[in-house]
Design a protein around this ligand. Structure first.
Ligand code: FAD
Length: 526
């Protein structure tokens, strides 16, 4: 909205909208550079989906991989991304690769922000892939280190959605990442966090974004930014209207983003002032086991079982990386009607997979999201698939388990498949475990997502572009508010967070005008 009034409720150098890992990295970088920075967060809690996450950060060629003695490099990651993405978005990709090592060095210079490598294979077989993985996670953070900031950090997904997990445990994974970035930013003395500030409008003066309008419990406030506004407020996964408008399958009920967070406010606000968008039908997909309350649990790392569609047939390698399995589920119609994870009793009736949050068999059976039967024919009747087809499918799969070769979908041939396999499985292929111990189970498997990945078009400095391809002065975007340069590919664990963190840092580098013209070279000042 063009602004003709000159009244502001507050003025800062930098406004960061949202409080996920990208937002807080941007806030930390700006505050460490001595810039008065405010973080405006819609909910009462800081962290968004980033706090729910495993906190794997795909930031190649840094001192963390070096410490772990990994045979990795920026060049290897460059080859990998080129193999997956071709020439598309090469400049942004290059900005990411070149800035990642510098960002991590700068982050770790603060004792509050420390990382360690964690094995988790890259997701696609291509040159430059790291079979053991190249992403890393933050160290756990004892609760007392956060002091007064502790109640601000969003609980882990297990607790937030299912009331599970110990409330006094150290902050781990996504909470540790958020807690560490928040602590470091606030400790600079230059960063303020304002929760319950829902930004709904961008204020422009002569074509430059100079501030935002936010809804608070006390009414609307207008906040001015002298240098720039960084939008890092997630995607629009929580808004069914926008999802339908842009053809994003799945639904707000099945997304893994926290309830009441990411509904595309900033996408709408930026488009209103002329911003361009890209990739709006995309998301970071995953399978979700449907939960008794109608939400979904992120499901990955299958140790057993097999997945069938409504015809009772397998349609994919069930051990695929979750984004690719999500795409397979969508192609099999799983965005409209469920597919099913079929498993037996060899794990005592527990689901042979990781689910976030964990699944309770009793609750699911009572709710009908899982069913159980003594025979495959009865199971088929309960889920409404042809009994002959299901029996044939399971018999054929059990044959593959005996020979060790999945002739249909090649399960177990990729290092990612084997990463989650139970090594104690006796057969020739640890990913192919026979389904032959009754009673049998079927769990409803739907298309879930970790957030949308299309959004505002940005350049190498994370500047938002208008529909003519020109930067909108004063406006930057990172994370799922922006369109990912990874297009329709999810290269490896930690790409959403890693790319969000780098984009936010590049944005702040541009705002401070310390960066060189290409936005890549920036001498740390703290
Ligand atoms: P978010 O982290 O969701 O932050 C957006 C914030 O903006 C929210 O707090 C929201 O309330 C706020 N907001 C929204 N609208 C407004 C508004 N109008 N005004 C003010 N504030 C607003 N990715 C990885 O890279 N590595 C992993 O290990 C990983 N593990 C995952 C595990 C799980 C269980 C899940 C669910 C996801 C995982 N992901 C992982 C995906 C990753 O967490 C998300 O893609 C990423 O956190 C998105 O970051 P973001 O900053 O775009 O959004």
């Amino acid at each position: 909205m063009q602004d003709d009034r000159q009244e502001w409720d507050a003025t800062h150098e930098v406004i960061v909208v949202g409080s996920g890992a990208g937002a807080l990295t941007g806030a930390l970088m700006a505050a460490a550079d001595g810039l008065d920075t405010v973080v405006l967060e819609r909910t009462e809690l800081v962290g968004g989906t980033s706090a729910y996450s495993g906190a794997a950060c795909w930031l190649p060629g840094t001192q963390v991989q070096e410490r772990a003695d990994l045979d990795d490099s920026t060049e290897a990651a460059r080859n990998y991304l080129r193999a997956l993405l071709g020439d598309a978005e090469e400049e942004r990709r290059e900005a990411f690769l070149r800035h990642a090592p510098e960002l991590v060095a700068r982050l770790e210079r603060d004792p509050a922000v420390q990382f360690q490598w964690q094995a988790f294979p890259d997701y696609v077989a291509a040159p430059g892939r790291m079979d053991a993985g190249r992403s890393f996670i933050p160290l756990d953070l004892p609760q007392d280190e956060l002091g007064d900031l502790l109640p601000l950090v969003r609980p882990a997904v297990d607790r937030d959605r299912a009331g599970q997990g110990h409330p006094d445990a150290p902050l781990a994974q996504g909470r540790a990442l958020i807690g560490r970035l928040l602590l470091a930013a606030v400790r600079t003395g230059n960063a303020t966090v304002r929760t319950e500030h829902r930004v709904t409008g961008l204020i422009t003066e002569d074509g430059r974004v100079t501030g935002v309008e936010a809804q608070t419990p006390h009414g609307t406030v207008r906040v001015r930014a002298r240098r720039g506004v960084l939008l890092a407020a997630g995607g629009f996964e929580g808004d069914d209207t926008l999802r339908a408008e842009h053809g994003v399958p799945g639904g707000a009920a099945w997304t893994m983003a926290p309830r009441g967070t990411n509904t595309g406010d900033l996408l709408r606000a930026a488009v209103e002032i002329g911003a361009a968008t890209a990739l709006l039908d995309e998301a970071w997909w995953c399978p979700g086991t449907e939960r008794p309350d109608g939400t979904a649990a992120f499901t990955l790392g299958l140790r057993g079982g097999l997945v069938v569609d409504g015809s009772g047939r397998r349609f994919a390698n069930e051990s695929l990386p979750y984004d690719r399995m999500g795409r397979a589920i969508a192609a099999a119609g799983g965005a409209q009607s469920p597919t099913y994870l079929i498993f037996d009793s060899r794990e005592g009736g527990a689901l042979p997979a990781i689910t976030v949050p964990p699944a309770d068999p009793g609750e699911n059976l009572a709710a009908g999201t899982w069913v159980r039967a003594d025979s495959l024919d009865e199971l088929a009747a309960l889920i409404g698939v042809p009994a002959d087809a299901l029996s044939d499918t399971v018999a054929r799969f059990n044959g593959f388990a005996a020979t060790g070769t999945d002739e249909d979908h090649h399960r177990g041939e990729d290092p990612y498949d084997r990463f989650f396999a139970n090594r104690r499985n006796a057969g020739p292929n640890p990913c192919l475990v026979p389904v032959d111990q009754p009673p049998y189970y079927a769990a409803r498997l739907v298309l879930s997502d970790l957030g949308t990945k299309g959004g505002l078009r940005t350049d190498v400095h994370a500047r938002v572009l208008d529909t003519e391809g020109r930067p909108v002065p004063g406006l930057y975007a990172a994370g799922n508010t922006s369109a990912s340069f990874t297009s329709r590919v999810y290269p490896g664990p930690g790409v959403p967070l890693g790319t969000a963190m780098v984009a936010a840092s590049l944005a702040v580098g541009h705002m401070t005008e310390v960066s060189a013209d290409d936005g890549l070279v920036r001498q740390p000042t703290a």
